[in-house]
Every structure is written in C-alpha cells, then in structure tokens.
Write a protein that binds this ligand. Structure first.
Ligand SMILES: [Zn+2]
Length: 378
C-alpha cells in the first residue's frame, strides 16, 4: 500500500523513555513506604524511630554533604523491602512509572542480600537471596501487560554487589555474582553492578576486579558505581575494561579525560543522575560549571550519556523532570533531547537489537478504511 492512499496519519506518543539507573530501594516514595509498613502492616518499625510521617519524610529531604551520608537512606529503606512486601513495592513502582513517567523500559537494580532476614546467618541469607530475585521476577510478570491492573512496561533486574564491610563479605558478593550468572541463564537477571560507597574500593580492589572479570567471562553485562566522587581510587580505571556502562563516572570527564577515547571505542556510556550529585553535595546545582562540563566534554569526545534518576521516589523527581531541568538550565540543547532519550534504549541490557530500534525510532499509527496500520522504522 502506498503512503498517499492512507487517509489520516496520527503521531502518537512517540517519546517512550527508558530508565537505566534506578535503585529498587530509592524508587518508592517515602509516603508509600510509610503506608505499607505503618498502616497496611501495622508495624512500629518506623514509628519507633521517627514518630510520625513528617519526620520520616524530613529524613529524605535533608541535604547531605557526602555520598556516605546519602547512602544512609538506602540503609534505612532496603531492610524494609522484605519478601512479604515485595509485591506491593513492585506494583507501586510499575504503577507510578506508567501513570506519571511514560517509561517503557526500566532496569531496577538491587542488592538481594540487603533484603534478606537479618536475624538469619550468612549462609541462610545467601540462600534467601535466590527467593527474593525469583519473587521480584514473579511480580514483575504478574503486573506486566495491557489488561486492567497491568502496565505495559518492560522491567529487567540488575543485581548489585555491595562494598560495605562487615555485612557484605567477599563471600556474599561472590554469591550475588553466582546468582546473577544463574539467573541470567534463565533470562531473569540482565546485569551486575557494585554499589555501597567508593571509599571501600581501595581495600577490596582485587576482589572487585576479579568479580567483574568473572562476570564478563560468563557473558554477563556489567555496570559499576565508580568515579561518582573523588573517593574512587585512580586504579579503578583498570576496571573499565570489564564494564559495559559506568554508573555515574562523572569524575572521568573531569579528572581523567584522556580515558574518554577508550570509552568511545568500547561504546561504554556514563549513567548520569543529576539530582544525586546535588543531594550529595558534589555540585551545588545544575548551573555548576563542572556539572555542565561533564556534558560538554562527553559531547566533544563522542561518549554517550544516559540520564537516570538513581532514586526517583527518594528524590521525588521523575525522569522527565531531570530532562526538563537539564534543558531549563541549558546543560543540554532541545535538539539533543531525543539523542539522550534514545541513548538509554541503545545501552539497555535487556532489549534485543530490534526492540531497541522500535523504541528509538518514531512509531506511527495510521487509519486506512477503518483499519489501523502500525508503521515501525527498522
Ligand atoms: Zn546508583
């Protein structure tokens, strides 16, 4: 059929978004966490610590002056995401992403060990991790779809190893990697990450590098929280050879720009999450010159940037707000907006080549004699 035969052409929602850097703990708004724990479950876990909701919310709104201070929010939230509450949190995450964010694709990352029962010993907690990953997968599948009460969003899991002692031993991190490899073969997990603060990387350097080397040997896709702050030791640059993406990595264009051609050659992108840097005190705001320089330098060196929220619920900032703020503060130009949006689909761990193309390109629907015709440029 010829295009001129088509009577009407409708351009519908051609701007689906993808979120590649979202922590499960930070994806849920404090109000929902409070509701689930305090009202639904009638638990005094939070009331005993905070008294009322406003003090709880204030804990998240407080300005932090370091990444370690910032990570205390995760430390509080993660143990609350126990097995019996996973369904509620997955449902609310998907509902918000669909209703308010126009997200078509999300990679949620989480450390399964942080959600296990603290009263159990390490061996039992390691065994429980498997159940947590399978349950999250079960609930994602339960709420994915187009029928009532379901959401048309593709969600993939990334497992996070953790850098903090003494809870997250080498044994625990190795078990997280083993689980990621096993679940990857089942199509349930799509990547591995390390998080938990960069100060501990120096003493755990060999362990971290060996884990990522093993992950790549097992064909797992990789990202790592590195060079988010100046605390990442220089030698972590050696880890980049085992990475497909870099979580934050903002210090690379600022302190080690000579590494950018390598990133370009290996098609390694930086996952930039602006609000986090303002919350941690790394930059004052969007107008900070160094913050803007990250984007300019990557643009000049042709290194891809993907925009993420890191913790949309904790920050109370949706992905579109991040894009809008970058535009308003002239960090990026309007003409570049689509490129940054598309980058996220291009660098997604859990999409096929064809799926990436569908999300990146415009999709048109037209009507010909009452029949709907979907046009996809591939
Ligand atoms: Zn993060």
């Amino acid at each position: 059929m010829n295009r001129k035969d088509i009577k009407d052409i409708f351009y519908f929602s051609k701007t689906p978004y993808a979120e590649l850097h979202l922590h499960f703990g930070g994806a849920i708004s404090p109000r929902m966490i409070w509701h689930k724990v305090t009202i639904d479950d009638c638990s005094d876990e939070l009331i005993s610590q905070f008294g009322d909701f406003y003090s709880f919310q204030h804990f998240f709104d407080e300005k932090r002056d370091s990444l370690d201070e910032y990570l205390k929010m995760h430390k509080l939230v993660e143990p609350l995401q126990t097995l019996d509450r996973l369904e509620y949190f997955i449902n609310r995450l998907m509902r918000g992403a669909y209703e308010f964010e126009n997200l078509s694709y999300i990679e949620i990352r989480h450390c399964p060990y942080s959600r296990t029962n603290k009263l159990k010993d390490e061996k039992e907690r390691i065994a429980e991790m498997r159940i947590i990953v399978l349950k999250i997968d079960e609930y994602i599948k339960k709420y994915s779809g187009s029928e009532n009460g379901k959401y048309p969003i593709i969600i993939r899991q990334i497992l996070c190893m953790h850098s903090q002692f003494p809870t997250y031993t080498a044994n625990v991190n190795s078990a997280i990697l083993d689980l990621a490899i096993e679940m990857h073969e089942l199509g349930i997990v799509h990547g591995i990450d390390i998080a938990g603060g960069e100060k501990n990387y120096t003493i755990r350097y060999d362990e971290i590098v060996n884990n990522f080397k093993r992950a790549k040997e097992q064909k797992l896709q990789t990202t790592a929280h590195i060079f988010e702050t100046e605390d990442t030791p220089d030698r972590m640059l050696e880890l980049i050879q085992y990475l497909d993406r870099i979580g934050h990595g903002i210090q690379i264009p600022l302190k080690y720009p000579s590494y950018l051609p390598y990133l370009k050659k290996r098609k390694i992108c930086l996952e930039i999450c602006p609000t986090t840097y303002f919350k941690c005190g790394t930059f004052t705001d969007y107008n900070n010159e160094n913050f803007k320089r990250i984007f300019r330098t990557c643009e000049e060196e042709d290194v891809d940037i993907v925009i993420g929220t890191d913790n949309s619920g904790m920050h109370n900032v949706r992905l579109q707000t991040e894009f809008e703020n970058l535009l308003l503060h002239e960090v990026i130009k309007y003409e570049e907006l689509n490129k940054y949006r598309q980058n996220a689909f291009e660098h997604a761990f859990g999409l096929t080549k064809v799926e990436k193309q569908i999300f990146k390109d415009d999709v048109n629907i037209s009507i010909d004699n009452g029949k709907y015709i979907l046009e996809i440029k591939i």
